[in-house]
Design a protein around this ligand. Sequence first.
Ligand code: DOR
Ligand code: ZN
Length: 344
Amino acid sequence: MTKTLTITTPDDFHVHLRDDALMASVVPYTAKQFARALVMPNLKPPITTVDQAIQYESRIKSALESYNHFQPLMTLYLTDKTSLDEIKKIPEYKQIVGIKYYPAGATTNSDSGVRNIDDRYDVFELMEKLDVALLLHGEVVDPGIDIFDREKVFIDQHLLKIHKTFPNLRIVLEHITTKDSTDFILSSSKKVAATITPQHLLLNRNHMFVGGINPHHYCLPILKREAHRQALLSAASSGNSKFFLGTDSAPHLKSTKENACGCAGIFSAASAIELYAEVFDELNAIDKLEGFASFYGADFYGLERNKSSINLIKEDWVVPEKITVGDEAIIPLYAGRKISWRVI
Ligand code: DOR
Ligand code: ZN
């Protein structure tokens, strides 16, 4: 018997859309699957002010005439210079839902990030007071720390202290990759939540090296060992509302991935909800998909749950080998692989 599934239209609480022509090429994929998406501010130059965020929102909307139900949710990029006056403007704009912390040098377009997080406690204090969420790229970048330990060391050195100092600050630990993170989230208050990407649910670190080095499986935080992936699977499919969907879909052209210095990032927007459905179904937890994909993120951010719905059918199909953008291509997550759920 054919299996179908109807769920409330999901939201993507972590996506990179970039700008200009590339944004115009990729944003329809996100808008087709999701009602809202929380758009990362790591443009070049980054989105650091309320005015820039509002202008970026309107560029996204105007690239999307045929999906005008789609609502981008905006974030500001925290720098060493972000002023308290800028933060004070945020509560007037309900489409600006948080501030993104990148450690300087941690990942794509993070050069303007924060050099010493301890120096930005003034900002966190104000955010706690104004109830503006802090979105964390939770890694340390000290070259002395092994790349596979960066997330754990961030929790130990910084996150525990931030959460203790600002207990009412809403914090999202983005794209978690380790059991250390699921344990931290489970042991912290309801003010703290996490997003989980499809790649960290589907792949472990071996996948970067199967049959040779595979740059399309390179993202940051980097894929981890299988035991960590298992912890993420349990967390995502547990029905615990502290874990919700954030794809971290990031468009990089094939030529910049298949390169001597390949970029970090995985593009999943064109088949994101299907990939999550695949994961949840394999765990016999398809009934937990809707909470993870459509409810918990909205609840955490104090947004209304979506009223529309989408339908999925259990039917094999193959993820496209590539997505054409101009004369170039993006290689999506699971390119050329068969998956068993499809949006209809
Ligand atoms: O892999 C990643 N790509 N991780 C990030 O944190 C940023 C993202 C991007 O912007 O490409
Ligand atoms: Zn990201």
